[in-house]
Design a binder for this molecule. Sequence first.
Ligand code: ADP
Length: 240
Amino acid sequence: MRESIVIEGLSKYYNGFLALDNLSLKIRKNEDVALLGPNGAGKTTTLKLLCGLLRPSSGAAYINGINVVEERERAVSKVGAILETPEFYPFLTPEETLSYLGRLRGMRGRRLGRRIMEVIELVRLEEWSKVKIEKFSRGMKQRLAIAQALLHDPPILILDEPALGLDPRGMMEVREIFKEARKRKTVLLASHLLTEVAQVCDKVAIIDHGQLRVYDSIAHLKRKYRSFERAYLKLTRAAI
Ligand code: ADP
């Protein structure tokens, strides 16, 4: 299977408002692709449709060839996702949270225990693994969100604005963690930050008003428009 994610003519109406307009996109195995666009462009809608959290008005989405609407559970088992602001039970610790989420995903026993330790180490929460989440900062919760996305070692990561609300140090830490975590994984990341996208991804799908404006490598866009910023400004409409 060469393609990890295939989106075919996907549209979404919210009460008559067209938020996503006939989007098509193919993402090959191990590619890192950003969905870039201004607020309201339709990025979150696209990711929610891909994870089966919303039903499309028309079109289809496939994860590793599996139709997300027809076989949601099987399709989504290949995905680790961070969608919107991560919320966890404040009275649980990271270890307890990951144990509960792991069991929900069919992981058990020693394998689950080992994997929990691995992901906690990866996101550098070792000293906090037995502390209740109610004491956590936004950055620490974001690191736990990354840990839960990676827990079942999924081949595909879907991330909605992973740097949102983080301070510069938090952003750099998260970027470092992902650098390690995304090796041998397909990544689809939604962001409105050009710098984040340029640092993390090879390819970009720029969307605006629910429509795909361009899908190309960042290097090629830089050559064609002289800079990534100019490409973005040319390809998206100004806010009113
Ligand atoms: P982005 O993630 O790019 O900021 P969204 O996918 O969240 O964009 O939203 C796309 C458009 O759809 C926006 O105009 C937004 O206001 C609208 N929208 C999103 N969710 C809903 C909803 N549940 N009901 C009505 N409109 C929505």
